[in-house]
Design a protein around this ligand. Structure first.
Ligand code: PMP
Length: 449
């Protein structure tokens, strides 16, 4: 059991929610007005569901901070769940987007800079062929379709604690050993297509793949949507070998983890796979995703490309994909921000954040541990980091996370959304990181026994 005092946590939550409401009257009024034209008063109802407090309306952002319509400013450690790791108003991205708008935002034909983006990605990830989409969800959708078409198999395997976007096939959860649709609006029987096994458990993987009916294993190299779960030594190499043996394709979803190390974790940990998914506009805030594939898969895609008005082919692509805006933003991000030097800087800041939290836990005699991988940290309310999604869920106490979120927000720090953990962005400084830890300290002092 954790050292959290439930009574103190509940009282603190109520007081912080009252303070938050008092500080955000203009946002409340806009939300109320918004409900007359948008469900929940927001342009995407998920914006309302992301936190356990009402959403606020934002006026503008600069660097690592943003300001709401009530004039409150927040140092941002959610960074749009990694879709905004370049910081608000990053000059290279602003210049790229301006240039793209001036030249023509989109032609449904390639601009020549597309080659630079795919060549840079190929060089950094050792994955030779690339395609653009509009999001990581879209990239995962196309990868699943290609894998099914190529293998002639239906099933997909993921690990407990997974999240791969709003992709029908993967929105399945296991409850009491039974797989079921995790959300509403999915076709009946969708759970038949998905196998879910524990991360870091090769025996379960091998047994699930033994029937040779799984088209694709889809996983993040480290699970980053259930706080943070890291692979044990040899697990990912074993996974890759098991896939090869059973004729199953392997996709590493690096929508988040591409931000964790230069070239992503595939490069950092020398992993092999058949596909990589990237997304979140690589952190620029521009909407695009990408997926990379091996030469063998690229040949299959070439042989099965859909011809408009001309027969069947892989269901892929969209009219807003690979726009000039997306391509120039991607090039600017890769050339000017996602550099080895900048990754090293955020790695050190991530270490500083995790050490700061660990020190805090020690000072308060809490048997907890700070999660840590590159620029990502997090709160593990156990002495050892989790090995899989089920263990990670022990630390995903929504009462603790919600109270912390409000406490931090009322003191000018925008904490990560519940499934994630505080993330250092390319715009953060050491002072910003120290401020996060300094702000968290009195919160923990107030709620632990
Ligand atoms: N894959 C992973 C690993 C993700 O974390 C996410 C978003 N959290 C997605 C895919 C989906 O990204 P998007 O919502 O931008 O499509």
């Amino acid at each position: 059991m954790t050292a959290i005092d439930p009574g103190r946590l509940e009282a603190l939550h109520a007081a912080e929610l009252a303070a938050f409401t008092a500080r955000t009257p203009r946002s409340s009024a806009l939300l109320e007005r918004g409900r007359r034209s948008m469900p929940k008063g927001v342009p995407m109802s998920w914006m309302w569901g992301l936190y356990r407090h009402p959403p606020i309306f934002v006026e503008r952002g600069a660097g690592a901070s943003f300001t709401d319509v009530d004039g409150n400013s927040y140092l941002d450690f959610n960074v749009v769940d990694l879709a905004m790791t370049m910081g608000f108003g990053a000059l290279p991205i602003a210049e790229a987007v301006n240039e793209a708008m001036e030249r023509g935002a989109h032609f449904l034909l390639p601009v020549q800079e597309t080659l630079r983006v795919s060549e840079l990605l190929a060089e950094r990830t050792a994955m030779p062929f690339w395609q653009f989409t509009l999001s990581a969800s879209g990239a995962n959708t196309e990868v699943i379709r290609i894998a099914r078409a190529l293998t002639g198999r239906e099933k997909i395997l993921v690990f407990g604690g997974h999240y791969h976007g709003h992709v029908d096939e993967t929105l399945v959860e296991q409850a009491g050993g039974v797989a079921r649709a995790a959300l509403l609006g999915l076709p009946r029987g969708i759970e038949r297509h998905l196998l879910i096994v524990p991360f870091n458990d090769l025996a379960s993987v091998e047994s699930a793949l033994s029937a040779a009916d799984v088209a694709l294993v889809l996983t993040e190299p480290a699970l980053s949507n259930c706080t943070l779960v890291q692979p044990e030594p040899g697990f990912l190499a074993g996974l890759s070998a098991a896939c090869r043996r059973s004729g199953t394709l392997l996709c590493l979803d690096e929508a988040h983890t591409f931000q964790f190390a230069f070239g992503g974790l595939k490069r950092h940990w020398s992993l092999s796979c058949d596909f990589i998914v990237l997304g979140k506009g690589l952190g620029t805030g521009v909407a695009f995703g990408l997926y990379g594939m091996t030469a063998a898969i690229a040949r299959f895609v070439e042989a099965n490309t859909y011809l408009d008005l001309g027969g069947t082919g892989i269901a892929a692509g969209g009219t807003t994909y690979a726009s000039t805006v997306a391509v120039l933003a991607a090039r600017a991000a890769l050339e000017k921000v996602l550099t080895p030097g900048n990754y090293e800087r955020v790695r050190l800041l991530g270490q500083r954040l995790a050490s700061g939290l660990d020190q805090l836990f020690r000072d308060l005699a809490l048997p907890w541990t700070a999660l840590h991988l590159g620029p990502r940290s997090g709160f593990c309310l156990e002495a050892r980091p989790p090995r899989n999604g089920a263990e990670a869920s022990q630390s995903m106490r929504i009462d603790f996370i919600s109270a912390r979120k409000l406490w931090m927000a009322n003191r000018g720090v925008w904490d990560a959304m519940p499934s994630a953990g505080p993330q250092v962005s390319f715009a953060h400084t050491a002072d910003d990181v120290d401020r996060y830890v300094r702000t968290a300290r009195p919160f923990l002092e107030a709620i632990v026994r």
